[in-house]
Design a protein around this ligand. Structure first.
Ligand SMILES: [Mn+2]
Length: 340
């Protein structure tokens, strides 16, 4: 197993450098990615609780509003939508910590420029991370940033509050697909076991996460399920129009995990969920077996992990879907060809 990051330092060296910055900084400015998910929010909430317990001035936020489904996170109430990290770093000093964010585009504008003047710690598990921090800790083998932050705190030998443990557990359980995705390792389970020993109640988190659905979002998912199609016998595809959100009264954030349902179709090893946005279509892609979701995302200028990726297709929804289906047919033809 490699312990080197892209800059050639071992994880222990990077973790020590992260700890030095966090210990020395009077203020922590924690940043989550666009369309925030359970990993970025759970890890962010966890670090917020830790910083507060250490007497730091802590701020956290991101580009987008806080999604309703995660209001239960201990520090949800302190999240600042549209946070201005530049203004905070100038005013408070300290360091910024960017979580689960592979590209500058997915963070707040100007973050890369800030890293020339201030400590900006980039913690991520996407292999295609653009290393835009002043310190970059990238571990593509980790199931989640939650797992990485857990290992950081274990290495640090810091005691931390239950709120931190709950945030980390939420991050890990959501980003590992309840410990089922291929990125789930022994360390993922060790992290979870340790968090349980610190008082996390898994059934409580599960109940907050899943039994937390709004009726409009159930109607929204129904529309997507009704349209679902199978292409080239291996791909499940569905989509939502902007009007579906308006007509059902759902928020854009209420589609997290929808794409995973397509992968439960018998014989299906690739899933694509398309959402019409103002000027493009946002595609969430999932895969298993020999299909690479990230390769398909890259064909449209996107990125992500082997089995979970995304991209933006600058076309009307129908054309975006047709273009994707054509690509899937080509992939299917290549797979069907006898190997030699
Ligand atoms: Mn993640």
């Amino acid at each position: 197993m490699s312990t080197k990051n892209k800059k050639g330092s071992s994880f222990e060296e990077i973790q020590s450098a992260v700890i030095d910055i966090l210990e020395g900084a009077p203020a922590w400015i924690i940043l989550t990615h666009v369309k925030p998910d359970g990993d970025t929010l759970g890890s962010g909430s966890a670090l917020y609780s830790l910083g507060a317990s250490l007497g730091k001035k802590v701020f956290w936020g991101g580009v987008d509003p806080f999604p309703r489904g995660y209001f239960f996170l201990p520090e949800a109430g302190s999240y600042i939508p549209g946070i201005d990290p530049g203004e905070l770093l100038h005013r408070e000093g300290g360091a910024a910590i960017i979580l689960d964010t592979s590209t500058e585009d997915r963070s707040l504008p100007g973050v890369r420029a800030l890293s020339e003047k201030f400590p900006v710690i980039n913690i991520d598990h996407h292999g295609d991370n653009e290393l835009f921090g002043s310190l970059n800790w990238i571990d593509p083998a980790a199931s989640s940033v939650g797992e990485m932050v857990w290992s950081l705190l274990s290495f640090w030998k810091k005691d931390y509050p239950l709120k931190t443990a709950e945030g980390l557990y939420t991050a890990i359980v959501t980003d590992s697909g309840n410990f089922t995705f291929s990125s789930t390792g022994e360390k993922t389970h060790r992290a979870a076991a340790n968090l349980l020993s610190r008082g996390v109640a898994p059934e409580r988190i599960e109940d907050l996460l899943r039994s937390n659905r709004s009726l409009p979002s159930l109607h929204l998912w129904g529309r997507a399920f009704e349209r679902a199609e199978i292409h080239s016998s291996f791909a499940g595809v569905t989509w939502l129009f902007r009007k579906d959100f308006a007509e059902t009264g759902s928020a854009p954030s209420e589609t997290e995990f929808l794409v995973n349902e397509l992968l439960t179709l018998r014989g299906i090893s690739f899933a694509a969920f398309l959402v019409e946005e103002e000027d493009a279509v946002r595609a969430s892609l999932r895969s298993k077996g020999d299909i690479s979701a990230v390769e398909i995302a890259k064909a449209f200028g996107g990125g992500g992990h082997l089995n979970a990726a995304g991209c933006k297709i600058p076309l009307p929804l129908e054309s975006a879907k047709d273009t994707l289906v054509e690509l899937l047919e080509k992939i299917n033809a290549l797979r069907a060809a006898p190997s030699r």
